[in-house]
Design a protein around this ligand. Structure first.
Ligand SMILES: [Zn+2]
Length: 109
């Protein structure tokens, strides 16, 4: 992998790209990514995938909770559905914020 020295963009490949697709910096600005940093990037990508999956599941939970609230059978059920709805929204916001933090650092591709 190669990292743009200007904007931090990470390029997957044998050699550096002709120019940075993100900021347009020339090939000379790219440097090879060290092995330890490489592992960190891989791990970060994996974690981002997990967070994205969690957001998908939260969407499903929110839909289920919404249907349950619409159904409105009794206070016990309503309590559960309202709790799930609130938790799902919070989980989504937390996961989204964390992914954005990873991206805005610019280090992890
Ligand atoms: Zn760049």
């Amino acid at each position: 992998m190669w990292k743009c020295g200007v904007c931090g963009y990470i390029h997957d490949g044998e050699g550096a790209p002709e120019k940075c697709p993100k900021c347009g910096a020339p090939k000379e600005k790219f440097e090879a990514v060290a092995e330890d940093v490489l592992q960190l990037i891989e791990r970060s990508r994996y974690t981002n995938q997990l967070l994205a999956a969690l957001m998908d599941l939260s969407d499903q939970l929110e839909d289920l909770a919404y249907e349950g609230i619409e159904d409105n059978l009794d206070p016990g059920c309503m309590g559960i559905f309202k709790y799930v709805q609130k938790a799902a929204v919070e989980m989504k916001q937390m996961a989204k914020a964390e992914i954005q933090t990873h991206i805005s650092k610019g280090k992890w591709g």
